[in-house]
Design a binder for this molecule. Structure first.
Ligand SMILES: Cc1ncc(COP(=O)(O)O)c(C=O)c1O
Length: 384
């Protein structure tokens, strides 16, 4: 590279990624093939529009790439319709809202401190500025979703859209119950599966499309182990047409064709049986990590996990803030993120918890024994 500054920084980042124990639940290590597509000459191509209906000439190859990405994605999630153009998970959510709602409509999602995402209506984001946003919480007693409570809130708020699917919820989501709630109050239902997409693709978590949700949004770069990006799925034709025009021209310009090619490669990899073995290991690793931490009397929210992540209450366990725990662990080469825990009294920038995820280290080949050792190490480091 002629630009030595950037070359040096990429090499340093490579070294960091090679050497640190990566526990950020939303990160992963993509394959060489995904990287190859992301770094390909496809970045040169403008392709506004959709396959066979573009605003530019010369799209004969990228059309085929986007069609492959769509077909593979539909197969992976057993979906009737798919849009692979959103640049990120947030873009996917905004496009989905814009497809279904008018500005000022009411949206109901899980609060940030209980594990929701900024783009689910948080006040300082477009989702909270353009829409009237309301929140539900997890149950105070056990920190699980309480569907009866959510129904009561929904009956009170009468939202136009209910959002399920989260950034920091360690338990299985009952999409059937959410569909029933949405039907009772006449709301659309959106499942944001950004975190659990890989588990769903491997059939290790229920698929929201099997329960009649209106729209599914996701990122492609977390458990799904693809390039950084977003996707939208639906089984409803009338909604799909709105989604397409809401993505382009509604909220985006030219699609990132190099990223769409990399998404196609990631979907190809996720359709391989080895992906199921990987996802099973992700879950096994998360469970032993949680169990071993609990053995050390560490408070794990909901006392465990069903998926790829867990939340540790470091305030209660070690009298540390999430920020302090994150910094201490980083000094020992362990990368985590501070995270609010349900009903947190501290702000998200300080937080009472840390979030631990197993997808990245499982990609590096870690098994149960490695996570048992890691739990002991985390305990010893934070106890000091
Ligand atoms: C549930 C959920 N939705 C959406 C997003 C946003 O994805 P992105 O960072 O690609 O905008 C995230 C990212 O953390 C997430 O956890």
């Amino acid at each position: 590279m002629k630009d030595r500054d950037i070359e040096k920084l990429i090499l340093l980042e490579k070294k960091r990624q090679d050497n640190e124990i990566e526990l950020i639940a939303s990160e992963n290590f993509v394959s060489k093939d995904v990287l190859k597509a992301t770094g390909s000459i496809l970045t040169n191509k403008y392709a506004e529009g959709y396959p066979n209906a573009r605003y530019y000439e010369g799209c004969e190859n990228v059309d085929k790439i986007e069609i492959l990405a769509i077909e593979r994605l539909k197969k992976l999630f057993n979906a009737k319709y798919a849009n692979v153009q959103p640049h990120s998970g947030t873009q996917a959510n905004l496009a989905a809202y814009n497809a279904l709602l008018k500005p000022g409509a009411k949206i109901l999602g899980l609060s940030l401190s209980s594990g929701g995402h900024l783009s689910h209506g948080f006040k300082i984001t477009i989702s909270g500025i353009f829409y009237k946003s309301f929140t539900y919480e997890v149950d105070k007693k056990d920190n699980y979703l309480n569907y009866e409570e959510i129904l009561k809130i929904a009956q009170d708020v009468k939202p136009d859209l209910i959002i399920c699917g989260y950034s920091a919820y360690p338990r299985t989501i009952d999409f059937k119950k959410f569909r029933e709630i949405a039907d009772k109050v006449g709301a659309y239902l959106l499942a944001d599966i950004a975190h659990i997409a890989g588990l769903i693709a491997a059939k290790l978590h229920p698929n929201p499309l099997d329960f009649g949700v209106d729209i599914v949004t996701s990122t492609t770069h977390k458990t799904l182990r693809g390039p950084r990006g977003g996707i939208i799925l639906t089984n409803k034709k009338e909604i799909f047409e709105k989604i397409n025009s809401s993505v382009f021209p509604g909220s985006q310009g030219g699609p990132l064709m190099h990223v769409i090619a990399a998404k196609a490669v990631a979907f190809y990899e996720a359709l391989d049986p080895s992906f199921i073995i990987y996802q099973k290991q992700v879950i096994k690793n998360a469970k032993v990590l949680a169990d071993k931490l609990i053995e050390h009397n560490i408070k794990v929210i909901t006392n465990g996990t069903d998926n790829h992540l867990l939340l540790v209450d470091v305030k209660k366990s070690f009298n540390l803030t999430g920020l302090e725990a994150e910094k201490i662990l980083k000094k020992h080469n362990i990368t985590v993120n501070k995270n609010t825990i349900p009903f947190d009294k501290l702000s998200p920038k300080i937080a009472s918890g840390i979030r631990l995820g197993t997808p990245a280290m499982t990609t590096k080949g870690w098994k149960e024994q490695d996570f048992i050792k890691l739990a002991d190490q985390i305990y010893k480091i934070l106890q000091k």
